[in-house]
Design a protein around this ligand. Structure first.
Ligand code: ZN
Length: 149
């Protein structure tokens, strides 16, 4: 178990040091900035839609390792997915980090996002892990800023 945990932590550290899809997205048609005042995390998400599908997604911001790694993995997973799929994935992810019970089919969909399973033991970190997802949702809904509180 501890080996698995170390592996998870490595992936989080790796993504926070070398975030994927980092930087502004030119020509984005949706964008929002999320703040987590509790920890000082800030994440801006840029999206370019193709109909109902996320064609391009990038992010920039600063904060703790968990918020950065989560934003990195969120953009990786949302690309080329439909809005319905990203919303469903957010719901599963939210359940994971808040300690909700996941069905087998839901666990199967998590993939690398499962690295955040340890977050449920640290309630104060839940907002770090979900910030990027809340910000994505805000961007798609046309809300410019979102603050977790
Ligand atoms: Zn944080």
């Amino acid at each position: 178990m501890s080996e698995v945990r170390e592996l998870y932590q490595e992936l989080i550290i790796e993504h926070s040091k070398k975030p994927r899809n980092f930087g502004k997205l030119d020509g984005a048609d949706h964008e929002a900035t999320g703040f987590n005042p509790l920890c000082g995390d800030k994440v801006t998400v840029y999206v370019k839609l193709d109909g109902n599908v996320v064609r391009e997604i990038r992010w920039e911001g600063s904060g703790c390792a968990i918020s950065s790694a989560s934003a990195s993995l969120m953009t990786e997973r949302s690309k080329s997915k439909s809005l319905t799929e990203t919303d469903a994935l957010f719901q599963i992810f939210h359940k994971l980090v808040t300690g909700g019970e996941l069905e087998e089919a839901e666990t199967a969909q998590l993939g690398k996002l499962a690295v955040f399973s340890g977050v449920k033991e640290f309630p104060v970190r839940v907002k770090c892990a979900t910030l990027a997802w809340h910000t994505l949702r805000a961007a798609l809904e046309g809300t410019k800023t979102v603050t977790t509180d």
